[in-house]
Design a protein around this ligand. Structure first.
Ligand code: IPM
Ligand code: MN
Length: 352
């Protein structure tokens, strides 16, 4: 039997609760589809930081590099100042493992959970390919005259041809493989950010020539935000930079029904990828067994797809669709009509 070596980082807040349910479903799917997972747990997160002062060390990176995939709950702790855990753990993992793609499917599973009037699952089914290693997230910049009246803070968006090209190429390949509308939209800001988006646009146009079967389009990010709400059916695959991708995928999560269902993958196509529910640690719901584990379950499905277990991945997604269309009353924490563990039990039950 096939065994996948998985690193599990339950993390902070509700992370451990949702990861527990995700693993329940993963194990059940494995039993049916003939694979197992060999799981190693890592305690990276806010609690460990508060105890030891450690975020993520080089030896942690070396250890976690040996796995076939990483399954992450949430990083974020109310007692730790903003930025420390985000840059010290989450972004450090993304950068150190060169997970240069952040893949965020935006799919509405039930019209009942869509905040947009008149939109159905047929209208909302697209994927955002977010560049995940450069741009404003590079952390480049400086203060000048910090604290003074004439202070200047500079934050640089750093875009390399190689970095942009590998992302754009991934997006074209993905659009082709997805094989739906076969349309790739570049989402940028060519009218104002004339260095970065000139490079993106040129790279996009050049790579596009190699994919004559893929239709191309362009949208300014502000207009794209409007169309996510007005005409989400226009989109198939969107490729964008790190910062814009961060913002529009939260909007995407809302139009697909909320953080309770939104999952993402931090992908290194030739290395170790990491899958996570994108909702964060939700401290106020911690330990109450009320948080929605479906996003984590969807992240497990994405992980299986990435490991080559496409059939099992699809079956998990089908189980999620069945739950949200027949049982779950709301995707919001505490309003689902079921507890966290009951949702996990029902999703796992699809494999028995
Ligand atoms: C995300 C998150 C992270 C990001 C934060 C927690 C650093 O918002 O995964 O989208 O900005 O990338
Ligand atoms: Mn974000």
């Amino acid at each position: 039997m096939k065994t996948y070596r998985i690193a599990v980082i339950p993390g902070d807040g509700t992370g451990p609760e949702v990861i527990r349910e995700g693993l329940k479903v993963l194990d059940a799917a494995g039993q049916k589809y003939g694979f197992t997972t060999d799981k190693t747990f890592f305690d990276f997160g806010g609690a460990r930081y508060l105890k030891t002062g450690k975020v993520l060390e080089d030896r942690d990176i070396l250890a976690i590099q040996k796995f076939q995939a990483i399954y992450l709950g949430a990083i974020g702790h109310p007692d730790v100042s903003p930025g420390i855990l985000e840059t010290g753990i989450l972004l450090k993992l993304r950068f150190a493992l060169d997970q240069y793609i952040n893949l965020r499917p935006v799919k509405l599973y039930s019209k009942d959970f869509c905040p947009l009037k008149g939109k159905t699952p047929a209208d909302i089914d697209f994927v955002v390919v977010r560049e995940n290693s450069e741009g404003l997230y590079k952390g480049m910049g400086e203060f000048r005259n910090k604290g003074a009246q004439d202070e200047v803070a500079i934050q640089i968006s750093y875009n390399t041809r190689k970095g942009v090209e590998r992302c754009v190429r991934y997006a074209f390949e993905y659009t082709r493989r997805r094989n739906k509308a076969k349309k790739l939209t570049l989402c940028g800001k060519t009218n104002v950010l004339t260095y970065a988006w000139d490079l993106w646009q040129r790279t996009f146009n050049e790579v596009a020539k190699e994919y004559p079967d893929v239709k191309t389009d362009y949208a300014h990010v502000d207009a794209a935000a409007m169309w996510f709400v007005k005409n989400p059916e226009w989109f198939d695959v969107i490729v964008t930079d790190n910062m814009f991708g961060d913002i529009i995928t939260d909007l995407g999560a809302m139009v697909q029904g909320g953080m309770g269902i939104a999952a993402g993958g931090n992908i290194n196509p030739r290395g170790v990828s990491m899958f996570e529910p994108i909702g964060g640690s939700a401290p106020k719901y911690t330990g109450k067994n009320v948080i929605n584990p479906l996003a984590a379950i969807c992240a497990a499905s994405m992980m299986l797809e990435n490991l080559g277990e496409a059939e099992a991945a699809q079956a998990i997604e089908d189980a999620v669709i069945k739950l949200v269309t027949t049982k779950v009353k709301s995707l919001a924490a505490g309003q689902m009509g079921y507890s966290t563990s009951e949702i996990g039990d029902m999703a796992a039950g699809a494999f028995r």
